[in-house]
Design a protein around this ligand. Structure first.
Ligand code: XIL
Length: 460
């Protein structure tokens, strides 16, 4: 039986044998939204994509994008699209570039079967289909989170947080303290909660930096994002310098997560539980002792353990380079969807957002990405935002525009309820002061970027 993947009542892809099955539905009843299925699906002559188009009335448009995976350069691949066994389109895919396909259809109310196949010999006729969408109006169950794109009404007040790298017991920089207290509502320890510092020897915890930091945040009524539980970097030598069996590593993980998440239970609102799981091709990072011993199960284990230890904390997957569509974004999306479908506790996706002028995501793309994650019923936050500048005269203004863009996108995604910048002033940024990536200059003066971000985030 196909396993349903819930998403606003929609069932996303489930692969049954070689055939991908999906349900896409819409109706004029409620919100004016198309439904989309975002998963990449490979289609061959013997393994078509089969989808159910649910209650549809009136005009609709069947939309998808496809590209060929042909093996013989000369022959184009022919995509065949049928509804209820009636051919509605034949599309020749001449290249490996994505092609958008849009077929207007008059569909009566009720269920319809959509088949997307390819003509030809199995060996040489293969295509990849993505973003299957039914244009028109779509309904959603009353209890579902607001779907992507829902108008939000008055602008919400969205807090901003900052990463701090203080040893609070010794630091003397009052200017930094004032900048933090004057402008930020949330605090992320930039390094202090990483395993190498907190558990330098197995089961021996050093709270000397983290305790004062959390106490400071509580005293000042700031929220704390815990960062980070499972990462392949900044690990203690005792963990990395040998190999572990599955049983041993399970115990190590339990000790670590129970130790730190238990100590700050109730005081940390959000945990970056899983940090940077995938490489740029969307494959699991194998250069991690966690992965080496536990494989992909590490995700379930870490999330379940964190949830048992601190049931009140929101649990995040956090990663970088997931703003643009591609294999890495798909890997995070697919993992999150799978975890949700299996009832593993997961509350949000953190987009780190370490940007430069060149790597800045286009506004519509970032919006689509955040909506894509939000469509799983998850929060979406920018968790480590910084944007480097060049030395051209208008660099600070362009940076301000980029920060404003981030704020605008967050304001228009109902599930985005915080932006965290990775540091306060340019003098302390991990990306180097010369790149001036943050909201305050090295004298703690607010830069144009600060006003721009606040303006975009301010409640209306
Ligand atoms: C960085 C810190 O900012 C540096 O001070 C430290 O030397 C290395 O780690 N992604 C993450 C963060 O999840 O933990 C990293 O922080 C930056 C990239």
């Amino acid at each position: 039986m196909p396993r349903p993947y819930p998403c606003f009542g929609t069932r996303l892809w489930a692969v049954v044998g070689a055939v991908a099955v999906a349900t896409v539905w819409s109706s004029p009843a409620q919100a004016d939204l198309p439904r989309a299925l975002h998963d990449l699906t490979h289609v061959t002559p013997s393994a078509p994509l089969r989808a159910t188009l649910g209650t549809v009335a009136g005009s609709s448009t069947v939309e998808l994008r496809a590209r060929s995976r042909r093996c013989a350069k000369a022959t184009p691949v022919t995509l065949l699209i049928s509804v209820d066994a009636r051919r509605i389109a034949r599309v020749k895919l001449h290249s490996a570039n994505w092609r958008n396909v849009s077929v207007p259809q008059k569909l009566a109310a009720g269920g319809h079967t959509l088949l997307v196949g390819v003509a030809g010999r199995p060996a040489c006729s293969r295509a990849t289909v993505d973003e299957l969408r039914l244009g028109g109006r779509a309904d959603r169950p009353a209890d579902a989170p607001a779907p992507p794109g829902t108008p939000l009404g008055p602008k919400r007040r969205i807090p901003i947080g900052a990463a701090v790298n203080w040893d609070i017991s010794t630091r003397l920089d009052r200017a930094e303290d004032q900048a933090f207290l004057g402008h930020f509502q949330g605090l992320t320890p930039e390094n202090a909660m990483k395993m190498t510092y907190v558990e330098p020897r197995r089961n021996e915890f050093d709270w000397s930096e983290t305790d004062p930091l959390v106490t400071y945040a509580m005293d000042q009524h700031r929220t704390v994002r815990g960062h980070t539980l499972i990462w392949h970097k900044q690990l203690p030598g005792w963990l990395t310098q040998r190999r572990w069996t599955r049983e041993e590593m399970t115990a190590v993980m339990k000790e670590w997560i129970s130790g730190i998440a238990g100590r700050y239970k109730g005081r940390i609102t959000d945990w970056d539980v899983l940090n940077e799981l995938f490489d740029e091709h969307g494959a699991w990072r194998t250069n991690s002792p966690w992965y080496d011993a536990l494989g992909p199960d590490l995700a379930d284990m870490a999330l379940r353990t964190a949830s048992e230890v601190d049931p009140g904390a929101r649990l995040f997957i956090n990663d970088f380079d997931i703003e643009l569509p591609g294999p890495k974004q798909d890997a995070v999306y697919n993992l999150a969807r799978d975890l949700k479908a299996r009832g593993v506790p997961l509350d949000g996706i953190g987009i780190q957002a370490h940007w430069s002028g060149e790597s800045l995501p286009p506004e519509p793309t970032l919006l689509a990405t955040m909506n894509r994650f939000a469509s799983l019923g998850l929060r979406v936050e920018l968790t480590e935002l910084d944007i480097t500048t060049d030395r051209f005269a208008d660099a600070l203004q362009r940076q301000a525009d980029a920060y404003a863009m981030a704020g605008r996108v967050c304001q228009s995604v109902a599930s985005c309820d915080r932006i965290t910048v990775w540091g306060i002033s340019d003098k302390d940024s991990w990306r180097g002061g010369v790149n001036r990536p943050l909201l305050f200059d090295d004298k703690f003066n607010a830069k144009p970027a600060y006003g721009a971000l606040i303006g975009a985030l301010a409640a209306g």
